[in-house]
Structure formats: structure tokens, C-alpha cells
Design a protein around this ligand. Sequence first.
Ligand code: SAM
Length: 277
Amino acid sequence: MTDTTRPRTDDEYIFHATDEEHVRLGYQHRVWAEDLYAGWRRAGFAPGWRVIDLGSGPGFTTVDLAHFVGPAGAVLAVDESQRFLDLLRVRMGAEPLDNVTPVRADAGAFDTEPGAYDGANARWLMSFVDDPAEVARRVARALRPGGVWLIQDYSDYLGAGLWPESAAFRRLLAAVDAHWRDGRGDPDIVSRLPAVLDRAGFDVREARPMVRAGRPGSVLWRWPETFFRSFGPALVAEGGVDQATLDEFWRDWDERAKTPHAVFTSPPMTELIAVKR
Ligand SMILES: C[S@@+](CC[C@H](N)C(=O)[O-])C[C@H]1O[C@@H](n2cnc3c(N)ncnc32)[C@H](O)[C@@H]1O
């Protein structure tokens, strides 16, 4: 296998590969893990499969995927962040797991032996890449005919909700959305993917909406908290939003947290299952 590595810098990921982001990704993984495992089952991932975990991050998904495909299977973990791949290696050592190969590369530049993989997994990756069509071509090249790509990503970021409504929450969300687009990503990416996938040689077998709602104190309620605590100050420092809006948001959030009928609804995501022709 030839794995070319054209790494980007850690800082190009708009949420940054920091310690706080590592903790947040772990929390986020636990919140959404059941949906991911169900997606792998729907996609037909099976023991013995060779799969690519694209945008693996620090390896929360990778380790679970490595167990899912078992010792007869293998996982190629691709991420642009050296820091996150180092954390993945720590996880692999602690398990221990020897069926994972971490590779530092841009998702739009990784290279493998053609047709060598049965499946690919990309959760919260396509919304960050600058050329989704190139990523799709790379995945198509790596998969065998009939190989399956599971994508779970945002499809309507501004569709997230906090009830009772909060103007500061809306402004903050809009600032994150704008900052994301100013980078190189698209927080509504999934709506563009069926056409991209078709052109790259995939049939989209299934498109499934994924939205969750949580009350104060629930596991889901704490998920946006971990995001705004870790990314809010960076967004202010980068000029995406003013400190007054962030402060107002926290006042509203803390008040909603004491309101038993308050609800947080996640940004709508969509799962795509695409099969290589
Ligand atoms: C939100 S995290 C998701 C991590 C993991 N997929 C999960 O579900 O927990 C996004 C990851 O994508 C990586 N990433 C973003 N853009 C990338 C690119 N162009 N090439 C490779 N990795 C990228 C980041 O370094 C980060 O690890």
C-alpha cells in the first residue's frame, strides 16, 4: 500500500486540535456513538472488513471501528492533525490494538492501493474539507466495487434550537456558521453530497435524518456546553463574535438550565450510505 502524506497544519481545522477539543470530541463521541454503531450496521460493515476512518481525529471512532471489524479486519486512520494521531496511538497502545494504521494526510490527498478497502467511515469530516469532490474521488479509488461509505455530518447547522428562544444563542450560532464557511468548510455539507458522490462513482443507497433533543441535565444538553466552553473564547479571540454576545449567551443558557421545560435540539445531521459502483 502506498500512503502518500500531504499533511496540512494542525491549525487549519477550524475548531483547533487543542486539549479542550480532544475532551469535547470524546464527549461528543459518547453522545452520538449509538447512532454511529447503528450506521455501521445499516451500512453492512462486518468482521474482517478493511475500512478507512477518514478524519479519525484522536481515535474515539477508530478504536470502536477496530473492535467492530475485529482482529481479521483492519482500519486505516487518516487525519491531518499530528497531535490527534499521537493521541490515537496512545489509545491503540492502551487497548492494545494492532489492526490500525494511522496516516497523517489531507483527506483530499491520501492515497491507497486501488480497491483495497471494503468500507469507509467519515463522521464530521466532509463539513471541514475544502474540496469534497476530491475527497470523494479518493474514497472511490480506495474502495472495491460494492464497497460502502458511511457519512454522518451536518445538513442544516442553523436548524439547531434552544427553547425558550434566545437571541444570543441565534447570534452565536450564526457566528460559528459564518466562521466555518470563512474557513474552508460547509456546515450544511450533506445537502451537496449526493451530487458529488454520484459524480465520483457512488450510488446513494440511503439518506437518513438525525436530530436529537435533550432537556437540562441530560447528556445531550451538556454537548453544546462542551462546544461553546472550548470554542467560544477562540471565536471571540478570532473576531467571529463579541464577548458581550458570548456573555449574554451564557446568561441565557444558565437560565434555561434551571427551566425544567427548556429543550436543546441538535443541529440536524444526515446519514448517507453510498455504495461504490
Ligand atoms: C470534528 S472532528 C471528528 C473526528 C471523528 N471523525 C469523530 O467522529 O469523532 C474532525 C476531524 O477531521 C480532521 N480534519 C479536518 N479537515 C481535514 C482534512 N482536510 N484532512 C484530514 N483531516 C481533516 C480534524 O483534524 C479532526 O480530527
